[in-house]
Design a protein around this ligand. Structure first.
Ligand code: NDP
Length: 462
C-alpha cells in the first residue's frame, strides 16, 4: 500500500462518498475525495434538503387558513420566491461547507475536480491536471434526472435540478411522471400558488406504494386543486410566441403552461470517467454492476449509491458506505441489507411506509390480515380542514408478523422511521397490541387497531 499516494480515493462528494471518505480517514487511512460540482451531492445541493425546505414553504397557506379555527386572524399573506431561493442557497452553502470540512477534519484531502480512472489504481484529476494513485477506489458519483430525448420539444423542459432555482415562479406548470419527485414537486408548486397539472402514464400515481395510499393521496391532491391526469403522456412541447409552452397530451388535450418539468426517473453518472477503459462492468442502463459487498468486477474498485442503481435513496448510500468500510478496511465483510427500507414521500399529506404493500403481501402469503383506520387528525377538528389520515398494517395471518405499515397524513415520514425498527426486527401484531398507546396522538392508532378490517385468503377478500 505504501507505494500508492492514498489508501482510498473516493470519486463523488455526495452523501455516500463523503461518509466513506470521512470514516476511512478517521480510521487513519490516507484518503482523498474528488467532487467536480459541489460537496453534498444531490441530496444536499438539489435533492432531499432543498426539497424539504420548499415543502415547508409551500405548507404555509394551509397553516394560515387552518389558524382561523383556532381563533387567529392572519392578515393577507404574500409570498416572495426569490427570498425562498436565496435562503435555501444560504442553507445549502452552509451544509456544503460542513460536508467538505468533515472529510478534511478527519484527515482526508478534498479536491474540487472531475476525476477519471486511468488504470485500476490511478485517477486523473482534471482540474489539477495530474494523476494520483490509490490502493482502493470507491465510485460514488450518483445519478441525474433521466432525459427524455423521444419527446419533441424536450429542450424546453426543466428537471428537478432547475426547478429549485427558477428565476421566476411560474403561473402554471405541468409535471410529467408519477414517482416521488413528480408528486412532491406537484404539491410544492401548488402550495406556492402555481396552477399545477401532473401527467402520469400509468393507472395511479406512485406505482411502488400501497394502492390505498395512492388512491387516497390522489383524491386529496385533487381536492386541494392539483390536476392529475393518469393514462397520459406528453406528445410534444412547443414554445408559443409569448414565451409560454403548449403541450399536446396523448388523447389530444393541449395544455398551455409556463414550465414543463420532467420527473421520469434518474440515471447513473458513469459517462466519461474512464470506466470502460479500465474494464469496470456496467449494466445495460449504464449503472455500475457490484456484488453484495459493493465491489465491482475489479478487485480494488468499489461503487455505492445511485451510481449502482440498487435503491436510489440517500440513507441507503450512507449504509452502503458504512458496509464498504467494514469490508474494505476492517476485515469484516458486510453486505448492505436492502430489505424492509422505510421511506417517505413528502407529498401533502405525507406518505410514510415500510414493508410490503397489501397487494405484494397477498402475492406472497396465503392469508393476510389488513388493519385499517381512516380518521380526521385532531388538528383538523378545529381547523375544519376536510382531510383524513390513513393508517394501515398488513399482517401475515399465520405468523402474525407485521409485513407492512403504511401511513398517509401529517408526520407520516417521522412515523415510518420508527415503524422501520419493529418491522426490521420482525415483530408481530401481538407485540404492537401489547404496546401502550401515547395519547393523544395520531400514531396511537398503530397500537389500537385490535380487529382486522378484513382478511385476504388465497387472494380472496373475506
Ligand atoms: P421514480 O422512479 O420514483 O418515478 C419515475 C416516474 O416516471 C414513474 O411514475 C414512471 O412511471 C414515470 N416514467 C418513467 N419513464 C417515463 C416515460 N418515458 N414517460 C413518462 N413517464 C415515465 O423516479 P423519480 O424521478 O420520481 O425519483 C428518482 C428516485 O429518487 C426515486 O426512485 C427515489 O428513490 C429517489 N427520491 C426519493 C425521495 C424521497 O425519499 N422522498 C424524493 C425524491 C426522489 P411508472 O410508474 O409507470 O414506471
Amino acid at each position: 500500500m505504501a507505494g500508492y499516494d492514498y489508501d482510498l480515493f473516493v470519486i463523488g462528494g455526495g452523501s455516500g462518498g463523503v461518509r466513506a471518505a470521512r470514516v476511512a480517514a478517521a480510521l487513519g487511512k490516507r484518503v482523498a475525495i474528488a467532487e467536480e460540482y459541489r460537496y453534498g451531492g444531490t441530496c444536499v445541493i438539489r435533492g432531499c434538503v432543498p426539497k424539504k425546505l420548499y415543502v415547508y414553504a409551500s405548507q404555509f397557506p394551509e397553516h394560515f387558513a387552518d389558524a382561523a379555527g383556532y381563533g387567529w386572524t392572519v392578515p393577507e399573506a404574500s409570498f416572495d420566491w426569490p427570498t425562498l431561493v436565496a435562503n435555501k442557497d444560504k442553507e445549502i452553502a452552509r451544509l456544503e461547507a460542513i460536508y467538505k470540512r468533515n472529510v478534511e477534519g478527519a484527515g482526508g484531502e478534498a479536491f474540487h475536480s472531475r476525476a477519471m480512472l486511468v488504470d485500476p489504481h490511478s485517477v486523473y484529476l482534471v482540474a489539477e491536471d495530474r494523476t494520483v494513485s490509490a490502493d482502493q477506489i470507491l465510485i460514488a458519483t450518483g445519478g441525474r434526472p433521466a432525459p427524455h430525448p423521444a419527446l419533441s420539444g424536450h429542450e424546453y423542459c426543466i428537471f428537478s435540478n432547475e426547478a429549485f432555482d427558477l428565476k421566476q415562479l411560474p403561473k402554471a406548470i405541468m409535471i410529467e411522471g408519477g414517482g416521488y419527485i413528480a408528486v412532491e414537486f406537484a404539491n410544492i408548486f401548488h402550495g406556492l400558488g402555481v396552477d399545477t397539472t401532473l401527467v402520469y402514464r400509468g393507472q395511479e400515481i406512485l406505482s411502488r406504494f400501497d394502492m390505498d395510499l395512492r388512491r387516497s393521496l390522489h383524491e386529496m391532491m385533487e381536492k386541494k386543486g392539483i390536476k392529475i391526469l393518469c393514462h397520459a403522456v406528453s406528445e410534444w412541447v412547443r414554445k408559443t410566441p409569448d414565451g409560454r409552452l403548449d403541450v399536446l397530451l396523448s388523447g389530444g388535450r393541449t395544455l398551455t403552461v409556463d414550465q414543463v418539468m420532467l420527473a421520469i426517473g434518474r440515471i447513473p453518472n458513469t459517462e466519461n470517467m474512464g470506466l470502460e477503459g479500465v474494464g469496470v462492468e456496467l449494466s445495460k442502463t449504464g449503472a455500475i454492476v457490484v456484488d453484495q459487498y459493493s465491489r465491482t468486477n475489479l478487485d480494488n474498485i468499489w461503487a455505492i449509491g445511485d451510481v449502482t442503481h440498487r435503491v436510489q435513496l440517500t440513507p441507503v448510500a450512507i449504509h452502503e458506505a458504512m458496509c464498504f468500510i467494514e469490508t474494505a478496511f476492517k476485515n469484516n465483510p458486510t453486505a448492505p441489507d436492502h430489505d424492509t427500507i422505510p421511506t417517505a414521500v413528502f407529498s401533502q399529506p405525507e406518505i410514510g411506509t415500510v414493508g410490503l404493500s397489501e397487494d405484494d403481501a397477498i402475492k406472497r402469503y396465503s392469508e393476510v390480515e389488513v388493519y385499517r383506520a381512516s380518521f380526521r387528525p385532531m388538528r383538523h377538528t378545529l381547523s375544519g380542514r376536510d382531510e383524513k389520515m390513513l393508517m394501515k398494517l398488513v399482517v401475515d395471518g399465520s405468523t402474525r408478523k407485521v409485513l407492512g405499515a403504511h401511513i398517509l397524513g401529517p408526520d407520516a415520514g417521522e412515523m415510518a422511521q420508527l415503524l422501520g425498527i419493529p418491522l426490521k426486527a420482525g415483530l408481530t401484531k401481538d407485540d404492537f397490541d401489547r404496546t401502550m398507546a401515547v395519547h393523544p396522538t395520531a400514531a396511537e392508532e398503530l397500537v389500537t387497531m385490535y380487529k382486522p378490517t378484513y382478511r385476504v385468503k388465497n387472494g380472496e377478500r373475506v
